[in-house]
Design a protein around this ligand. Structure first.
Ligand code: AMP
Length: 328
């Protein structure tokens, strides 16, 4: 995928607002590039909540819209599609980079999570971000931190059950903190993590957080594999099998297109397609996209969700099924 990354990484990384070596011409060029994500913009990195709020104060006071893209770094084109969506809709785009220890079930997975802040800053700038928020763990979870935001219901099945309850508690806690820190008008999340989106929508509604949650479609490799920071860990043989998740979802839609209306049979068609590629799903189920409860019948919006571990790398994917041949 690296060939498709913006060619402006090096130059944009140098255009830091705090860098006295930037010339007036560079600053002007950055300022006029506001609508064009192919041109690097002035971008600053802040590390504290106080600095983030201070940096956003002028925009907030002048009524400009602020968009937040929460990420754990290791940016790829999926993340950049969120930044691009925010760039189009918002006056100020903030990208957060924080590998959130509280949402990892496994210490080894946390330790292995790729980190390269300089690269991420360059990609964020090239993608159109105005501000990167890159706190350390002590900034978000200072000594004495004792609060957990726990969403029940939608957070409990599937990812909540197969990973651990602590996973979505960690997600809900950090998202709440990031939303409180940045106070964005809009926040952007990827459809790839569909249950995460449902959890975030639930907590935002329940806690009356004044933000609009936007969902951006899943960015994929040409063979259908959903982009993920974890894909880099796939050995070549496993990378060849990894499109099985997408194939399973495609087969589920094909079964619907052929007239199958029994959810269990549709899911079975998906599992069979995966087995053909030698991948056994942890789950492949048809659920209500708002509650993640299993559907008893195929009508309205139905989400097919799948998780599988391929060569030791846990992957997830999903697809909206439709009954009239149009699916997403
Ligand atoms: P992460 O850094 O994995 O926590 O992801 C940060 C955000 O990017 C989340 O909202 C993800 O859902 C989103 N994201 C990750 N992969 C993709 C993808 N392939 N397409 C679209 N969004 C994605």
């Amino acid at each position: 995928m690296s060939s498709a990354l913006p060619a402006t990484i090096e130059g944009s990384a140098a255009l830091s607002a705090g860098d006295p070596s930037t010339t007036a011409t560079e600053r002007t060029r950055a300022a006029v590039s506001a609508g064009d994500p192919s041109i690097p913009r002035m971008m600053r990195t802040v590390r504290t909540i106080a600095a983030l709020r201070e940096a956003l104060l002028p925009a907030r006071h002048s009524g400009r819209t602020i968009g937040l893209v929460p990420t754990m770094g290791s940016l790829h084109e999926g993340h950049l599609s969120l930044v691009a969506a925010a760039r189009v809709a918002c006056d100020v785009v903030v990208v957060s980079l924080f590998v959130n220890p509280r949402q990892f079930d496994d210490a080894a997975d946390l330790a292995a999570y790729p980190r390269d802040e300089a690269r991420d800053e360059g990609l964020a700038a090239g993608g159109g971000a105005d501000l990167v928020f890159a706190p350390d763990a002590a900034e978000l979870y200072p000594a004495g931190f004792a609060t957990t935001v726990g969403v029940r219901g939608v957070a409990e099945p599937l990812e909540g059950a197969h990973r651990s309850a602590a996973h979505f508690d960690g997600v809900a806690t950090v998202v709440t903190k990031l939303l409180n820190a940045a106070g964005p008008d809009l926040a952007y999340f990827g459809a790839k993590d569909a249950q995460q989106v449902a959890v975030v929508r639930r907590l935002v509604a329940d806690l009356a957080i004044p933000v609009r949650i936007e969902t951006v479609p899943t960015a994929r490799e040409p063979d259908g594999l959903a982009l993920s920071s974890r894909n880099a860990r796939l050995a070549p043989d496993d990378r060849a099998r990894a499109p099985a998740l997408h194939a399973g979802l495609t087969a589920a839609q094909a079964a619907v297109d052929e007239g199958e209306r029994e959810p269990a049979a549709v899911a079975a068609a998906g599992r069979a397609a995966m087995a053909g590629l030698d991948v056994e799903p942890e789950y492949l189920e048809l659920v209500d996209p708002a509650t993640f409860a299993p559907v008893a019948a195929l009508h309205g919006e139905v989400l097919a969700v799948v998780a599988a571990t391929v060569g030791g790398v846990r992957l997830i994917d999903n697809r909206t099924l439709t009954l009239d041949g149009r699916s997403s």
